[in-house]
Ligand binder design. Structure first.
Ligand code: UDP
Ligand code: MG
Length: 319
């Protein structure tokens, strides 16, 4: 891409059962895209790219109708629900050779669309990754705020350099997506991967709104899974904890052995009771189970990686 020519942009929108909001979102984004084109910020053949993540409502028919009406709205339908991160990945990798840059945004327009212009300016200034960072979390529920903060904290401690208060609203240049293609892991936590790549990056700030219409598609279960994937894909802390627990239990058992030994020698009626057998038994049993559980989690990940299954399967693509 020549620095003086505007880049070709694709806006990737993962959609899972978004019939309530999608028509509005596409209208809004299409008009914004046109404004960017008119202002020579992007090329006229820039487009919107909707990834239908196995929705079972009218989402795909909305995308198809819009595509017939407006050729710069394109889409991809996945055969089944693979989750936000994999749907986004499917979108990014599918268009990697057709664009100069991509901006990913959620279908519910919680992120500020107008921040895209600032992102494009940063691309022009030479940055490959521009993170959209929300200025406050006032609109989120108390629970979401607390869990999110805890998650960032654990990730930071784990050494994964994820960007604070950044979700998946970001601009990526073509070469970042080309590099992303080289990350073949199945447990892909995108927010952790991009900072790892080492490309020049910067941030733009925006106010995050409430979801316009429809319900959050991130159930508590999906949120916990995302956080757990993030932590176990990047962090060795759970494994290190096993070592710490192992060392602690080893010293405790030595102390207990000395105590039992002394009781045996120095007290006359010292018949070691059931407690001195049961306590270490329970203690060791508990620690062993916990440890095996955590090791099992890593084993499960290795198992999935070794299988090398495809992360998504395309059903239909509109070009
Ligand atoms: N999403 C998806 N697959 C899923 C869950 C969510 O593609 O299994 C999409 C969803 O359509 C939306 C984005 O991911 O565009 C973020 O979801 P949502 O806004 O419901 O999450 P929240 O903002 O509540 O964290
Ligand atoms: Mg949302």
């Amino acid at each position: 891409m020549n620095n003086n020519n505007p880049p070709k942009l694709a806006i990737v929108i993962p959609c899972y059962n978004e019939e309530a909001v999608l028509a509005y979102t596409l209208d809004h984004l299409r008009q914004y895209l046109q404004t960017l084109i008119d202002n020579h910020k992007i090329t006229p053949d820039s487009f919107l790219y909707c990834v239908d993540d196995g929705s079972n409502d009218q989402t795909w028919s909305i995308i198809t109708t819009q595509h017939q009406q407006f050729p710069n709205i394109k889409g991809l339908k996945l055969t089944k629900n693979v989750g936000h991160q994999n749907a986004l990945l499917a979108g990014l990798l599918s268009i990697k050779n057709k664009i100069d840059c991509v901006i990913s945004i959620d279908a519910d327009l919680q992120d500020d669309v107008s921040a895209m212009e600032a992102m494009l300016d940063q691309l022009k200034a030479g940055y490959d990754i521009v993170y959209g960072v929300r200025t406050s979390r006032q609109k989120d529920s108390f629970f979401k705020r607390v869990t999110a903060l805890t998650f960032y904290h654990i990730m930071k401690k784990s050494g994964a350099d994820i960007v604070h208060n950044h979700a998946d609203f970001r601009l990526l240049s073509q070469r970042v997506i080309a590099s992303l293609n080289q990350y073949k892991e199945r447990n892909l936590f995108l927010r952790g991967i991009f900072p790892l790549m080492g490309y020049r990056s910067t941030q733009v700030y925006y106010e995050r709104h409430e979801r316009l219409l429809g319900q959050s598609k991130y159930t508590l279960k999906k949120m916990i899974m995302l956080a757990w994937d993030g932590i176990t894909s990047f962090s060795h802390i759970p494994l290190s904890l096993i070592l710490a627990l192992g060392v602690m239990s080893f010293f405790l058992s030595i102390v207990m052995m000395i105590w039992i030994f002394c009781a045996k020698i120095f007290t006359s009626s010292a018949v070691p009771g059931w407690a001195s057998i049961m306590i270490p038994l329970c203690f060791m049993g508990g620690i062993q189970l916990l440890s095996i559980g955590i090791i099992g989690e890593y084993m499960a990940k290795v198992y999935l990686e070794v299988k090398r299954r495809p992360r998504f399967i395309k059903e239909t693509e509109l070009n």
